[in-house]
Design a protein around this ligand. Sequence first.
Ligand SMILES: [Zn+2]
Length: 147
Amino acid sequence: MLEPLEVIASRSTPHPVLGSAVIESIERGVTVTGAIRFGWEGECRRCLDPVAGEVEADVFEIFQVGAPEDEDDIRELDDDTVDFVPIVRDVVLLSLPLAPLCRSDCPGPDPDRYPAKTAEQLAEEAANAEPTADPRWAALEGLTFDD
Ligand SMILES: [Zn+2]
């Protein structure tokens, strides 16, 4: 059982993290390949209603005796044992949703005043908008030139 982990808008539930892994021998170490599954809960990024879900994430780690210190992808293998807790902890933290939605078309808390728009809608509005003059140049609009 892993203690609940939290990122900006979601946290893992206090239920056990489930998973399986295959450990294979390599030169001076082992590789760990597998997958884990865990539940999460959080708040919708638009309406702040509670949301929950389940994540399945792949696990791949390399453990070696005398792992190079400048190599972040290879963990040190101590006493011929593999500690799964830091692996699972890292994968859970990296897999938690940073900005979850209660549903893909969530209209937000007050859709009449603050309608949620897609990136395409915002780009189309910007392309069709009339260019506005900088107010600091407004005095120049009254300027006329004689030939
Ligand atoms: Zn929502």
